[in-house]
Ligand binder design. Sequence first.
Ligand SMILES: Cc1cc2nc3c(=O)[nH]c(=O)nc-3n(C[C@H](O)[C@H](O)[C@H](O)COP(=O)(O)OP(=O)(O)OC[C@H]3O[C@@H](n4cnc5c(N)ncnc54)[C@H](O)[C@@H]3O)c2cc1C
Length: 375
Amino acid sequence: MSCDVLIIGGGLTGALMSYQFSKEGYKTILIDKRDIGTGSTSANTSMVQYEIDEPLYGLIEMVGKEAAVNVYKACEETIYKLDKIVDTLKIDCDFKLTDSLLFAKNLQDADGLKRELACRKMAGLTVKWLNADQIYKGYGILSEGGILSETAARMDAYRLTHALIDHSVKKFGAKVFDHTAVASVENMASKNYVTVDTSAVIESNFIVYATGYETQELIGKKIGKLVSTYACISEPLTNLPMALNDAIFWDTGNPYCYFRTTPDNRILIGGEDENFKDPEKRDALIEKKESQLVSMFHQCVPGMDFVPDFTWAGTFGQTKDTLPYIGLHPDFPNSYFALGFGGNGITFSVMAMEILSDAVAKRHNKFLEYFGFNR
Ligand SMILES: Cc1cc2nc3c(=O)[nH]c(=O)nc-3n(C[C@H](O)[C@H](O)[C@H](O)COP(=O)(O)OP(=O)(O)OC[C@H]3O[C@@H](n4cnc5c(N)ncnc54)[C@H](O)[C@@H]3O)c2cc1C
């Protein structure tokens, strides 16, 4: 077969890429070695944030004020862009715009958050301070105060992935092959030849690697740290306070914890990262992590029922500056990467649509510089 763009990886990132490129008229093929959406996308707790793992003041120290502010502002805009996509395509994925509350676990963290608040205000982001009393009265959460941001969302990333791929296929003629792994790749001057495990060959003008955390093996170089992370969902609650539906929540603790509600009145909590990625070792800890997550939740929100229904684990990637890798890689001709490493992988994947669309069309995009492999 031949195409303009071959997308390798059918998680949320690959789905967004397939939607973007097929919509723009590129003949698009997407392959995945597993079922669609069963990589990290299926483990995803689907909190959509503009706030990346590194606070704005820390990112300014790392990459400079202009780049850091541009990244934060663009991440904020991206959430509204995603809302528009979901709305335009009428995708049923429980997407809901919410606030986001980052709350301090102790007085020292509260001081750090106040510094962050000032920095975000300077950048023009819509944020305000809530003191401990306001947070307790508003949400029933114990804290030392926190930053309330107006822009965030929650959704079901797995359903969004399938809907986007479905749309790309039915509306724009994209072709999708699951259970199709890459056997070898040959990059020629202007074409790529990808042989897959059935021995079929796909010729493409360019490749987009949306291969998630497994890309590290493919590139053969360490581009980030891979860790294990855990999540647990409660059984539906009959007395879920309505205010908890209006925001997504995360704390400054170490280990940290984050949570949100679901449309069927459950609470979804996550965190308790471990510094290794070995899946067997990781999964052996699931039971222990479940009780630790539940106990952390009870410390934050005392008096609320939480009966665990299901608990799972997944691999998670972190880069040095918490920014993603999006763009060309010097060792892979005619090939682009869309790797939304970091806590807000979803937001970065959505940003990758426009960034790679510009890259392929040879249009300037400053994020290619900020998110490049050579930064
Ligand atoms: C427990 C957990 C909670 C998370 N919560 C959040 C959250 O709340 N918000 C957020 O923004 N992010 C979150 N993340 C991160 C999030 O999951 C990722 O950012 C995002 O889902 C990555 O999507 P992806 O499509 O890039 O990767 P994946 O979903 O992993 O997709 C990559 C795909 O590539 C395929 N593939 C790999 N190699 C090959 C190959 N050689 N040939 C063919 N196919 C290949 C895989 O089979 C896979 O389907 C969380 C992660 C975990 C583990």
